[in-house]
Ligand binder design. Structure first.
Ligand code: TYD
Ligand code: MG
Length: 434
């Protein structure tokens, strides 16, 4: 018989279904009920906690803090009186014990095993019948019988598939660590994304304690939430109110700084841009950016030069964010422009304010999403003044939201020009009262 007959279905043997198909309304909702991990910032990203039988992949670069975070999750789960199995395939049990001592993660219900063979991991699960499994990491475990080396594509896929099966059978939540490298070459999380229920990406800056966990895939909740953490001596701490991490704590505005509210997922975060403008004798003056896209900054500098008459062609310009934050939100454009203009004029705004708006090539300030939410966050943090794109129509108690149509208008409003270049007829903000 020709093989294509199978495609019609007639040649496929029927098997017994796992369950009968039910009308959708009759499917009980609690099958996807979740249990909070007790770490609010993580629960926010997960949706509301860990779902029975769900496999969650925590992906991040080496050293970002994956083991530290998951040991903390395991310890809290255990502290709730649930048997928890932490399998380390990378570190010895003694190393993990040492970390647990330092981070206060010692609990009676937390069981530790150091194994690198999948069969041994499955045996531990059978023996202990845990209510949570943490496996650190999926790349360090191998399967005898499968092709390739540990950490290779075939092996990683095999290990993950086996754990997904066990998770579903036992209704066991599983947390997997997956390594990513900067260039993404190691067989890793990318390859596993479709196999697991939730993919969390763990990001951070090597030189600051700030860590962000974001869901890039989530079968049980929103996929655009962000959780904030801080790496400290005593382990990882959640940061429920992270705005202070991204700004330098200073009451008085300084020349060359401007504040904005960016959106990470649906979460508004206060961010600070700092700029330094210095004379240059070089043919092509230096332009250095940190935490911002250099292409965007170049566009903003060109717009300032051409549309707002801020002379930068013979100046070195350095632009940076604070606290290792990355500001890629276009709404930060206006703050970048104002920080640079303020640095060039060596003139600070008179009053703390936040600036929101994307800048177009003709110098116009364009609408951005979530203006209301961003301005509300600024108001909550005590700001009383915001520059916003035209047509934003924000009314928030205690907040004056001034709509600015162009970069030039914003520069004029704040009087960020050398005196001889100021347009005497340009409208100005009365800021003296601050
Ligand atoms: P780790 O969790 O081992 O990272 P990963 O598993 O992602 O490779 O931790 C990474 C770094 O965090 C490590 O270099 C030391 C630092 N660290 C702290 O700052 N505080 C702590 O309490 C711990 C355990 C680690
Ligand atoms: Mg680790």
């Amino acid at each position: 018989m020709a093989p294509h007959v199978a495609a019609t279905g007639s040649a496929v043997a029927r098997s017994t279904p796992n369950s009968t198909a039910r009308p959708i309304r009759d499917v009980p909702l609690n099958e996807a009920a979740s249990t909070p991990t007790g770490i609010g910032e993580l629960d926010r990203v997960l949706g509301s906690g860990l779902v029975a039988g769900a496999v969650v992949l925590l992906a991040g670069e080496p050293g970002v803090g994956k083991s530290t975070l998951l040991l903390d999750v395991a310890a809290r789960w255990a502290a709730g009186g649930r048997r928890t199995l932490y399998v380390s395939a990378e570190e010895s049990a003694a190393q993990v014990r040492l970390r647990a001592t330092r981070t206060d993660a010692l609990h009676d219900q937390l069981y530790l095993a150091a194994e690198t063979d999948l069969g041994a991991v499955l045996a531990h699960i059978d023996q202990l019948d845990p209510q949570l499994l943490v496996l650190d990491s999926v790349q360090a475990v191998s399967v005898s019988g499968a092709d390739g080396v540990a950490g290779g594509v075939a092996q990683v896929r095999e290990v993950t598939n086996a754990l997904v099966r066990v998770a579903k059978q036992r209704r066991l939540p599983v947390l997997l660590v997956g390594h990513v490298t900067k260039d993404g070459t190691v067989a890793g999380p990318r390859l596993l994304e479709h196999l697991v229920d939730v993919v969390l990406s763990f990001e951070g800056d090597r030189h600051s304690g700030l860590r962000l966990v974001r869901a890039t895939k989530n079968r049980f909740g929103p996929a655009d939430e962000v959780g904030c953490f801080e790496m400290t001596e005593g382990g990882i701490r959640e940061v429920a109110d992270p705005s202070h991490l991204f700004t330098s704590a200073r009451a008085e505005p300084m020349p060359g700084t401007a504040l904005t509210v960016s959106q990470e997922g649906r979460r508004p975060l206060l961010g600070e841009v700092q700029a330094l403008v210095a004379p240059s004798a070089a043919q092509t003056p230096r332009r250095v950016t940190h935490g911002l896209e250099s292409g965007r900054v170049s566009v903003i500098l060109a717009v300032l030069e051409r549309k707002a008459k801020v002379r930068l062609f013979n100046k070195e310009v350095y632009v940076s964010t604070v606290g290792g934050a990355r500001l890629v939100d276009p709404a930060a454009d206006l703050a970048v422009a104002l920080a640079v203009a303020s640095a060039a004029a060596e003139h600070a705004f008179h009053r703390p304010l936040i600036a929101l708006g994307e800048i177009g090539l003709s110098g116009e300030v364009r609408r951005v999403g979530g203006v209301e939410r961003r301005v509300a966050e600024a108001a909550r943090l005590g700001f009383g003044l915001a520059l916003v794109p035209p047509g934003s129509n924000v009314t928030i108690r205690g907040m004056r939201a001034v709509e600015v149509g162009t970069v030039a208008a914003a520069v004029d409003l704040l009087q960020l020009r050398p005196p001889k270049r100021r347009d005497p007829d340009a409208p100005r903000l009365r800021l003296a009262e601050g």
